[in-house]
Ligand binder design. Structure first.
Ligand code: BGC
Length: 274
């Protein structure tokens, strides 16, 4: 079981304060039963948020996560919804409001990549990557913002983007195109939604030890090459990204909008020193 560092804290006062950070807030996390999404669900729940776990497959993983959260006194529930289907996204927001009465934070985390170049990508691959990584973020933002405006009091839209919103990755062209789109979606939506007190922010992880990177993790040579390119010398753990999201969801991040917070171990600035 993954626990946040803070949950292991031996300082009871610090643990109590942390557990109240997101108290009273209702959050949706898309793609929430694995990888970075799972760590985000745990981090938000540990800090007192009520969390809706969106997932597409593996209901048993979602149930296990709900049990884990229940065991430390947190509140969550799973909703099976494919973010690429707009009716599913609408149902996800509605289910959240039906159960918890409101929506304060949506974390658009679900993401896929094909690792295909411009020469080999099929139209089906392109559409699927754009549907999940960009179109879904656009409409989840729209549906969430409508709910936040209707209930009043503002809200937080946090999009899990990537260093590749701004940093090319040859052999992953559709993904880079989608993340580049999310970069501008966030900047523009943030301006449109600012008058409603809704902030829109991207989190840009670098390489993170999750299933999306299994091919690299399982190839020692490739992993060594990747680690050598990262100034901090290693991939991130999902919890290191989740901690950034929890901060952005909290009142401490009230003035951050229309931008990207990168958590990449310095990879975007790395240089061979030539
Ligand atoms: C991609 C990974 C890649 C990482 C760093 C992520 O957004 O999903 O495939 O390893 O960026 O380049």
């Amino acid at each position: 079981m993954v626990r946040s560092t803070e949950a292991r804290s031996t300082n009871p006062e610090a643990a109590r304060t942390l557990a109240q950070l997101l108290e009273g807030k209702v959050a949706i996390v898309t793609g929430g039963n694995s990888g970075i999404g799972k760590a985000i669900v745990e981090a938000l729940a540990h800090r007192g948020a009520q969390v809706v776990i969106d997932y597409r497959s593996h209901p048993e993983a979602t149930e296990e996560l709900e049990r884990e959260i229940g065991a430390f006194g947190g509140s969550s529930f799973g909703v099976q919804a494919d973010v690429a289907k707009l009716e599913d996204l609408q149902r996800l927001v509605q289910a959240t409001v039906d159960r918890y009465g409101r929506l304060d934070v949506i974390v658009n985390n679900a993401g896929i990549e094909t690792r295909t170049s411009i020469l080999e990508t099929t139209p089906e691959q392109f559409d699927r990557v754009l549907d999940v990584n960009l179109r879904a973020v656009f409409f989840a933002t729209q549906y969430a913002a409508k709910q936040m405006i209707a209930q009043g009091g503002g809200g937080r839209i946090i999009n899990i983007s990537s260093v590749h919103e701004d940093w090319p990755m040859p052999g992953n062209t559709p993904y880079c195109a989608a993340k580049g789109g999310v970069r501008m979606l966030t900047r523009t939506a943030a301006l449109e939604l600012a008058p409603h007190g809704i902030t829109v922010v991207n989190v840009g992880p670098g390489a993170v030890a999750t299933p999306i990177n299994d091919a690299t993790i399982n190839d020692p040579q490739l992993l060594a090459k990747l680690n050598a390119a990262i100034p901090l010398g290693r991939m991130a753990q999902p919890e290191e990204i989740a901690a950034v999201v929890a901060f952005l969801a909290s009142d401490f991040a009230s003035y951050i909008t229309a931008t990207t917070v990168f958590a990449d171990g310095g990879i975007m600035q790395s240089s061979p020193g030539l």
